[in-house]
Design a protein around this ligand. Structure first.
Ligand SMILES: NC(=O)c1ccc[n+]([C@@H]2O[C@H](COP(=O)([O-])OP(=O)(O)OC[C@H]3O[C@@H](n4cnc5c(N)ncnc54)[C@H](O)[C@@H]3O)[C@@H](O)[C@H]2O)c1
Length: 391
C-alpha cells in the first residue's frame, strides 16, 4: 500500500452532488485532484458548482479570496478515465447507489491503477465486500461515507470490508485527517452508523403519518423542538445516559408490549446495565463514566445548547402570540445574502424574508436591532408587539 507521503494525486469518479464536493475538499487541502464523469455537461455543472461553493466559503470567511484560484487550479475535470485512474494515488468512487454500476467502476479501477492505490466508495449503505467483489486486489477497497455537503461536513464513516487490509484503513484515515475531516471507523453493517439510525427515525416518523397519529408538520415540530435539540449536543447514547437508562428501559418495555414491534425490544446490553445499577449520569456510570464534575459539565453544556437552540426556534411568529404589549427578544435566522449592521435595522426588517413574514403577521410597536452575528446570519431584535392581525 502507498504511504501517506506518496499520495499526491486523487481521482474522483462521478461529479454529481457528492463527487464535486469531495473533489473540492481534496483540492482545498492542496491535492492534485482530477474528477471524471461520463458526460461533458456534468463536468460543466461540476465546475460551476465548485466555483459557487468557493464563493460561499469566501462569504463565510472559511476561505480567502486570494486562495480561490489555487484551489480551482488543483481541480481538473475530464472525460478521460484511463489517464486519471492509472495515475491516481487514491481514488474515490462517487457514482449512483446501484451495486452493478459501482462494481463496474471498482473492476475497471482495479485493472487500471497500481495495486497499491486505495480505492474508496462513497456508498451510503452498501457492503464494500460486495462492491469490490470483482476487482483485482480487493484488500485496498474501503468505504468512505461522506455527508452532504462533503466539502463542509467533517465526519466521515470509514468502513472496511471482510478482506480490507489494516494498511488501507490506516492510510484512508490519515489522508482524511489531512483533509481536515474526522474519520470514524465502524464494522460492515447495512447503513453503517448514520443511516442505520437516520432511516430508523425516518421510518418511525413516516409510520406515524401512515397510522394517522399526527400530521407531518406536527411530527417535525415535535422532533425539531424536542430530542433534536439535545441530540446535536449529546448524541443518542449520552442523551440516554442523561435521561436515565432505567427510564429508557421502562419506555421500551411498555412500547414493545403494546405494539409487538421488535424495533422496541430492549437490547440486552441496556438490561444488563440497569440490572448492575449503571443508570447513566445520575449513578455516575452508564454507557459513559461521569465524575460529579463531569456530570455537572454535561448538564450545563446541554442546558446552554438547548437554550440557544430553543431561542432560535422560538422565533416562529406563531410562538410570539402570547406576548403582546411586552418587550421580547427575537432571534432570527437571516437570509445569508443580506448584509447589514446595527445602524440599518429598518433596512434589515425590510430585507430579511424571515422578519418580513413576521411583520406581515404582527404590527410591531417598537423594534431595536441589538446584535448581529455575521457568522451565523443571526439577528437579535428587541420588539414590542402591539396588535395581532395574524390568522
Ligand atoms: N446525495 C447525497 O446526499 C449523498 C450523501 C452521502 C452519500 N451519497 C452517496 O454518494 C454516491 C453518489 O451520490 P450523488 O448524490 O453524488 O449522485 P449523483 O447522481 O448526483 O452523481 C453521480 C454521478 O456519477 C456519474 N457517473 C455514473 N456512472 C459513471 C461512470 N461509470 N464513470 C464516471 N461517472 C459516472 C453520473 O453521470 C453522475 O454525474 C452514491 O453512492 C450515494 O448513495 C449521496
Amino acid at each position: 500500500m502507498k504511504n501517506i507521503e506518496q499520495v499526491r494525486r486523487v481521482a474522483i469518479v462521478g461529479t454529481g452532488i457528492m463527487g464535486t464536493g469531495i473533489a473540492l475538499a481534496f483540492a482545498r487541502a492542496g491535492y492534485q485532484t482530477a474528477a471524471v464523469d461520463t458526460r461533458q455537461e456534468n463536468l460543466d455543472r461540476a465546475r460551476k458548482t465548485a466555483l459557487n461553493a468557493c464563493r460561499e466559503l469566501v462569504n463565510d470567511g472559511l476561505l480567502k479570496e486570494s486562495q480561490v484560484d489555487a484551489v480551482l487550479k488543483n481541480l481538473s475535470l475530464t472525460l478521460d478515465w484511463d489517464e486519471i485512474i492509472s495515475q491516481a494515488d487514491f481514488i474515490v468512487e462517487s457514482v449512483p447507489e446501484i451495486l452493478k454500476v459501482k462494481q463496474g467502476v471498482f473492476e475497471r479501477c482495479g485493472n487500471l491503477c497500481s495495486p497499491e492505490t486505495v480505492v474508496t466508495s462513497t456508498t451510503s449503505s452498501m457492503s464494500i465486500s460486495e462492491i469490490a467483489a470483482h476487482m483485482k486486489h480487493p484488500e485496498r477497497a474501503v468505504v468512505t461515507h461522506w455527508f452532504v455537503p462533503p466539502h463542509v461536513m467533517r465526519v466521515i464513516e470509514v468502513v472496511p470490508g471482510k478482506g480490507t487490509s489494516d494498511e488501507a484503513v490506516q492510510l484512508t484515515k490519515v489522508l482524511l485527517q489531512k483533509v481536515g475531516k474526522t474519520p470514524v471507523v465502524c464494522k460492515e453493517n447495512p447503513g453503517f452508523i448514520h443511516n442505520y439510525i437516520q432511516t430508523a427515525m425516518a421510518r418511525a416518523a413516516i409510520s406515524l403519518v401512515d397510522m394517522g397519529v399526527a400530521h407531518a408538520e406536527d411530527i417535525d415540530t415535535v422532533v425539531k423542538n424536542g430530542f433534536a435539540l439535545r441530540l446535536a449536543q449529546l448524541g443518542p447514547i449520552r442523551a440516554a445516559d442523561y435521561a436515565g437508562l432505567e427510564t429508557l428501559l421502562h419506555v421500551l418495555e411498555y412500547l414493545y408490549e403494546k405494539t409487538g414491534d421488535s424495533t422496541f425490544k430492549p437490547p440486552a446490553i441496556l438490561k444488563e446495565k440497569v440490572a448492575k445499577g449503571e443508570l447513566g449520569l445520575k449513578s455516575g456510570k452508564g454507557f459513559y463514566a461521569y465524575s460529579p464534575e463531569e456530570a455537572e459539565k454535561v448538564t450545563a453544556s446541554l442546558d446552554n445548547a438547548v437554550m440557544r437552540a430553543a431561542s432560535l426556534s422560538s422565533t416562529r411568529p406563531d410562538r410570539c402570540s402570547n406576548v403582546f404589549g411586552q418587550w421580547r427578544t427575537v432571534v432570527h435566522q437571516l437570509d445569508p445574502t443580506v448584509l447589514c449592521d446595527e445602524s440599518s435595522d429598518k433596512e434589515l426588517m425590510n430585507q430579511s424574508p424571515g422578519l418580513a413574514r413576521f411583520r406581515r403577521k404582527f404590527v410591531l410597536g417598537h423594534y431595536d436591532c441589538r446584535r448581529f452575528t455575521h457568522d451565523l446570519h443571526v439577528v437579535e431584535v428587541h420588539v414590542r408587539l402591539k396588535v395581532a392581525d395574524a390568522p
